[in-house]
Each structure stands twice: as structure tokens, then as C-alpha cells.
Design a protein around this ligand. Structure first.
Ligand code: RB5
Length: 156
């Protein structure tokens, strides 16, 4: 599986930790920046970049980090067909995949410690999408996008 990583300048340290962690587990990791804590990279750009890479099929899933994980996930969620969930705990990390079919997990470097963050991404990547009522609800989210004119919204 190919995983795209993105962060703003406030979270490059956690991004680097998570890239090493997932590389060691055999995931192919693509780093879309930011590359320096000294150079300002605004979180909307970072979130958009990884979300669009998923839309293009360049990577299968994404890991986004900013100070809180919130701004970067809001930006990613604006890309049609993309679902990003912010997590600070392992249970939610599993649920955003099983119930919400999120292609992106987001976290905050100012919120979670590095060891917890590693456990959180492990829970996310070990989880699988559940069908049935959960898939129906994800379809309802897609329908919202269609209702606003994004006919090509679905992304696997
Ligand atoms: C940057 O200072 C900070 O606002 C950003 O990393 C993030 O927390 C936004 O949601």
C-alpha cells in the first residue's frame, strides 16, 4: 500500500516519526512536505495536496498532521470524494476506517505524543471498511457532494 504524508510547518517532526514507523512495517511512503519547520507551509495547502494525490490514484491513503490535525483535515475534506478523520485515540482510528471509510487519518502534533500517534496509525491501517449500514451512510455523505454538484465524488 502506498501512503501519502502531509503536514504544515508545525508538525514535520511527527510526520517524520510516522513515515519511519510505517516504512518499517513495509508501507511505501510518499512525503508531500512540509520539509522544514522554519519555512511556513499553510495547512490548507498540505491537506489539499495529499487529498488530491488520493483522488488522482497516486497514493492509496493519507496521513495528515498539523498542530491539532483539525485545520488540515477540514481542508482535505473539501476535496470531493475525500473523507479525513481527526484522531487522538485508537478506538476512533479504527472507527474512521470501519464506519466512515476515511482514506485519510489526521492527527495533531500538539495533541498526541509520538508513541500514541504510532499506535493510532496502526489501528487505522489494521482496520477494514465495513459494509451494510455503514456503507449506506458513507453513500449518504457522497450524496451530499452530488447534491452540491460534484457528480464524480466517489473515490476508493
Ligand atoms: C499552525 O499554527 C496551526 O494553526 C495549525 O498547525 C493547525 O493546528 C490548524 O488547525
Amino acid at each position: 500500500m502506498k501512503v501519502g504524508f502531509g503536514s504544515d510547518h508545525a508538525a514535520i517532526e511527527l510526520k517524520a516519526v510516522l513515515i519511519e514507523h510505517l516504512k518499517a512495517k513495509g508501507y511505501e511512503c510518499v512525503d508531500y512536505g512540509a520539509y522544514s519547520a522554519k519555512e511556513r507551509v499553510d495547512y490548507p495547502l498540505a491537506g489539499r495536496t495529499v487529498a488530491e494525490a488520493i483522488r488522482r490514484g497516486e497514493v492509496d491513503r493519507g496521513v495528515l498532521v498539523c498542530g491539532t490535525g483539525i485545520g488540515i483535515s477540514i481542508a482535505a475534506n473539501k476535496v470531493p470524494g475525500i473523507r479525513a478523520g481527526v484522531c487522538s485515540d485508537c478506538f476512533s482510528a479504527r472507527m474512521i476506517r470501519e464506519h466512515n471509510h476515511c482514506q485519510i487519518i489526521a492527527m495533531g502534533q500538539r495533541v498526541v505524543g509520538t508513541e500514541l500517534a504510532k499506535m493510532i496509525v496502526d489501528n487505522y491501517f489494521e482496520a477494514e471498511e465495513l459494509g451494510g449500514r455503514h456503507a449506506d451512510r458513507v453513500d449518504m455523505i457522497t450524496q451530499i457532494e452530488r447534491d452540491y454538484g460534484y457528480a464524480d465524488a466517489p473515490v476508493r
